[in-house]
Design a protein around this ligand. Sequence first.
Ligand code: GLU
Length: 443
Amino acid sequence: MLSLKSFIKNVELHNPHEPEFLQAVTEVAEDIIPYINDYHPEFESLKILERIAEPERVISFRVAWLDDKNEIQVNRGYRVQMNSAIGPYKGGLRFAPDVNLSILKFLAFEQVFKNSLTSLPIGGGKGGSDFDPKGKSDNEIMRFCQSFMTELYRHIGAETDVPAGDIGVGTREIGYLFGQYKRIQNNFTGVLTGKGAHWGGSYIRPEATGYGLLYFVECIYDFNNESLEGKVITISGAGNVAYYAAEKAISLGAKVITLSNSQGTIYDKEGFSLEKLAYVETLGRDLYKYPRKFKSATYHEGEKPWQFKCDIALPCATQNELDEADAKKLVKNGCKCVAEGANMPSTAEAIKVFHKAKVYFAPGKAANAGGVAVSGLEMSQNSIRQQWPSAKVDTRLKAIMENIHKTCVRYGKEENGYINYLKGANIGGFIKVANAMKAQGVL
Ligand code: GLU
């Protein structure tokens, strides 16, 4: 019998000082170990879980670049190639000052399960740098991206490892990275996703994570014979995921009352309209300016959105942004559903609060899989040298999210009817990868 305690102890021993990685592994192991013991005892001697928790390869490299003052700057670049059992490594690049190996290993680990849940043939990886794009000029961003790719290119490829965006990496950065790859390799290929729609990208990729999140929430409500019409939603973040989540929520008849960044939260008691959202986009990081234009709103410096009464909370900012105290506030105010647009935004303690209160808690690996799913569709379109119309991509995205929901219900339904989406996503994502690893031998 596999023991959770000794497994976790071992992972801790082998990965000291990596709290986020340990958190992500523990979150999965708590569901997977009882499942293995009950249904797949053969995975124990095959050491499937031990192997899944060990990256196939970790690459770390120097990224030196010249800033606008002609001074040399040095950053660290990484690519964590976590698991290729069901397809080429796939996952975003994050450029943010807090990036370190623990964060990238947790993201790569989550990506393995998320990508498996999409039903597409993609393995898991993640990468990035401690480079801070904030306050950098366009030329500095370009020079950084070119230097980063000048090392990364030798480790990636359309059939090997296909990076994309994440925090701090959007279409602009993907453009510079793609340009440099193409220049070095003299090869126009689907080596990155999130490309511009006119140079190999897929329609709906920018919208995919936010739209997919709302499709997933719609599935949760459909399953309970309810609609999103009139539901009050709090959203954290003001980036790509938050923005398109808000847009889709509004179009489905819900009322979105907050958006935020690391400096503070906008609370608009009348809810955002599409026009108001477009205005938020023009503000950049200066969200505090919003109430000057819209009197129905207040700005809450240094505060998070979770104090406001809502039916649904969508954390779309970053890891561990929603803690136990936030979870208790949400539950006390009657929140019924929490779906993660970001990766691991809820702490382990917060998740326990949600489960105890029977709040529907949809973890990022299920609820935010729409982004990587459309990346997978971008890879398909690149392979056949075609571009599908928006409506076709959107329909496929919706079908993928519905399928993930079904998988979560299948593996996460408890005796009292409550759906433990975390358990469903963990087990549903694990099985395919585990069976592929078993088939491919000891690697
Ligand atoms: N960074 C996104 C995620 O967390 C997307 C990755 C991709 O498209 O490869 O899933």
